[in-house]
Write a new protein. Structure first.
Length: 140
């Protein structure tokens, strides 16, 4: 008989909120108000924080970074090296809704399974990456 279902693992709200706390603490430490989004394994928003003073544009960008990271299972900053020598991808990627190649989005993995994604926006791409990586450290 054919199998009709399969199990998926997802990040818990408790851990998503812990990641937000760690990210906010790191953002305050570097002095940059940020938006932080955590999505589940399907790219749906699980937890979100928009720090006082974060830019309006960062709200959507943080969510898109998290979505991109979980949808493709790779960090957003890995996209440019992946597409830069492939003209069709280089031209096409900017037209794919919600896909962003700006640094600051990472898949959230437990073992070999992707259980969610995190996206951070508000600073330079290197600051966004620093804050997101700090939040990933909450999983250890």
């Amino acid at each position: 008989m054919a199998q009709f279902t399969y199990e998926k693992k997802s990040i818990t709200l408790e851990i998503a909120e812990k990641m937000l706390e760690v990210a906010e603490r790191k953002a305050r430490e570097i002095g940059v108000p940020m938006c932080i989004a955590v999505v589940d394994e399907s790219g749906n928003l699980k937890a979100f924080s928009c720090m006082d003073g974060a830019t309006l544009l960062s709200v959507g960008i943080a969510q898109d970074k998290a979505y991109t990271a979980v949808a493709f299972g790779m960090a957003t900053d890995e996209w440019y090296p992946f597409i830069k020598d492939d003209p069709p991808l280089l031209v096409g990627v900017p037209h794919i809704p919600r896909l962003t190649i700006l640094g600051g989005g990472y898949p959230i993995q437990v073992g070999s399974e992707i259980v969610g994604g995190i996206g951070v926006s508000g600073g330079t791409y290197s600051q966004d990456m620093e804050v997101a990586k700090a939040a990933l450290g909450a999983l250890k």
